[in-house]
Design a protein around this ligand. Structure first.
Ligand code: TEU
Ligand code: CA
Length: 557
């Protein structure tokens, strides 16, 4: 296999619970994925990243694992997995597994043992501390609310959980833990999987000394992310993982690295670092944070978005590898967030696709993004299923921090469940996802927005994604070229060039629903338009961009 094959690959993320239900119990499953592989082949992606399919009590939809070498009952059996892997490989599709090893479920046998006593073989597998004057060891806040410490009477100690109470953090400083994890990874590699997406991998090495953190005004605890990310042994452990497992297989690896900076990313994903191939950074996703953290109801300014994305483009160039994404299972739908899901849904979805897919890095498409699926539009808290959203709602509304209407608006804008409504396959009942009762409500707009309709319309968002994937395979400049931002101060237009030897690309995106004047820069007179979301005859001089118009010009010499 070609070295660095993942550099011009395109990844498609499947959230199995919401993808396709094969047995009508209302929950997506592995057989459902197998049924839809031809659809993904048609789209043209190379790798499928599967959100966790391992055995799990599902407090966080599979991100709480109780057995790493077994399949979640809801999703099927290991035989179903093997069949899916085999069928994917037959079609030239690769499978990237979600690797959740910062924490396990509290129902994992390691934790059950660990919680029993201070002197059993597993007692040091998790992070245990004595209380401080009858209280939690530190003031750290769990990412899903409340203290990050939970008391356990059998040990008269607290365990650390950066996420939910049911997600205790593993103790990576224990070499036995690292060996267990590496062996488990090796077992999956032997099975023939093709990569790992590593959940909050930036949190595995905890600080040497545990100290209270700064508590922001109006908060009870200190935000845990900045305290426990990029710890003292982080890169040592990843290099060890690389030596012991990753380097022995032709894998694609991506680290989900909460709180990562450009400087840190160069360590995780630097070309000579022998750690990971690339990382997910969050700066462009966190721009719309407000005084209640992610719970906010308005998008960032375009200049901020451009500044962040451009920084990652230019500063990693030649040194480390970017991943490119607008959407995943933790983020709202991009067309509702940075586009316009009402009057200009198709136009803005295509514009956003063009904007991202002409950048340097490996693009990730989240299920339904290729259809322009929108936020869920839930109006009652009872419609939500996500532990983060539900906990935050209670904490913020019942704590009197913000009013109910405001919080419901924030959830409609930012909740993770916006991405988790079932995939919209066709206009039959429940969008063709299930004939049973779906575990989370289907977005009622499925009658118009669905895969069948998209496949039947040559001008659909789906075919723009397909074309963009094709362009990446055809033009090396998209993978290799350097990036330059034009018009940095414009709040309306996102314009950038890519340069590779004698070749140049110009990407022009109107981020507004209004007509915008634009002067095509000199030098592109003899260029060709590779893709655009409106038809236009002339691409030179002064032009008027239509609402959410985007196009890409290419020239050689
Ligand atoms: O998310 C990690 C992470 O950094 C979260 O704080 C993320 O920013 C948040 O969900 C956004 O609201 C990963 C998984 O992607 C997520 O689904 C899991 O819930 C979490 O880890 C715990 O495993
Ligand atoms: Ca099912």
């Amino acid at each position: 296999m070609q070295e660095n094959w993942w550099k011009n690959a395109v990844v498609y993320q499947i959230y199995p619970r919401s993808f396709m239900d094969s047995n009508n119990d209302g929950i997506g499953d592995l057989k459902g994925i197998t049924q839809k592989l031809d659809y993904l082949k048609e789209l043209g992606v190379d790798i499928i990243w599967l959100s966790p399919v391992y055995k799990s009590p599902n407090c966080d939809n599979g991100y709480d694992i109780s057995d790493y070498q077994d399949i979640m009952d809801d999703f099927g059996t290991m035989a179903d997995f093997d069949e899916m892997l085999d069928e994917a490989h037959k079609r030239g599709l690769k499978i990237m597994m979600d690797l959740v090893v910062n924490h396990t479920s509290d129902e994992h046998p390691w934790f059950i043992e660990s919680a029993r006593s201070k002197d059993n073989p597993y007692s040091d597998y998790y992070i245990w501390r004595d209380g401080k004057e009858g209280k939690e060891p530190t003031n750290w806040e769990a990412s899903f609310g409340g203290s990050a410490w939970e008391y356990c009477a059998a040990r008269d100690q607290y365990y650390l959980h950066a996420f939910a109470v049911k997600q205790p953090d593993l103790n990576w400083d224990n070499p036995k833990v690292r060996q267990e994890v590496f062996q488990m990874m090796d077992w999956w590699c032997q099975k023939g999987i093709d990569g790992f997406r590593m959940d909050v991998i930036s949190m595995i090495s905890k600080p040497e000394v545990f100290e209270d953190g700064h508590v922001r005004e109006g908060h009870q605890y200190a935000e845990i992310g900045p305290i426990i990310t990029h710890g003292p042994h982080e890169h040592e452990y990843l290099k060890e993982m690389n030596r012991e497992v990753l380097s022995r297989y032709p894998l694609a690896t991506v680290g989900e690295t909460a709180c990562v900076t450009v400087e840190e990313a160069k360590k995780y994903a630097g070309f000579d670092e022998h750690e990971l191939n690339m990382v997910f950074q969050f700066e462009h996703m966190d721009l719309d944070f407000g005084s209640y953290g992610k719970w906010n109801n308005r998008p960032p300014r375009l200049t901020q978005l451009k500044e962040v994305l451009s920084k990652w483009q230019t500063q990693l160039h030649g040194k480390a590898w970017n991943s490119l994404y607008w959407d995943n299972h933790d983020q709202p739908r991009v067309v509702s967030r940075f586009g316009n899901d009402k009057e200009f849904r198709a136009e803005s979805a295509k514009m956003l696709a063009i904007c991202l897919h002409m950048m340097q890095g490996t693009p990730y498409i989240y299920q339904g993004e290729e259809l322009g699926m929108t936020n869920a539009g839930f109006t009652s808290i009872d419609q939500y299923r996500d532990i983060e959203s539900i906990n935050a709602y209670h904490e913020i509304v019942e704590g009197g921090i913000a009013g109910e209407d405001y919080m419901m608006e924030c959830l409609r804008f930012k909740s993770r469940d916006n991405a988790r409504t079932p995939m919209q396959w066709d206009s039959s009942v429940n969008a063709g996802f299930t004939e049973g009762t779906p575990w989370i409500e289907v977005n009622p707009n499925y009658t118009g927005i669905n895969a069948r309709a998209a496949l039947a319309d040559k001008d659909s968002i789906f075919y723009y994604y397909k074309k963009l994937i094709g362009l990446r395979k055809e033009y090396q400049i998209i993978t290799e070229g350097s990036y330059e931002l034009l018009l940095p101060d414009s709040e309306e237009l996102y314009v950038y060039t890519r340069t590779y030897g004698d070749e140049k690309l110009l990407t022009v995106c109107n981020f507004t629903g209004d007509i915008q004047k634009f002067e095509v820069p000199g030098g592109f007179e003899k260029s060709r338009c590779l893709i655009g979301n409106y038809s236009r005859d002339v691409y030179k001089g002064q032009i008027e961009l239509k609402p959410y118009e985007a196009f890409v010009l290419y020239k050689c010499r």
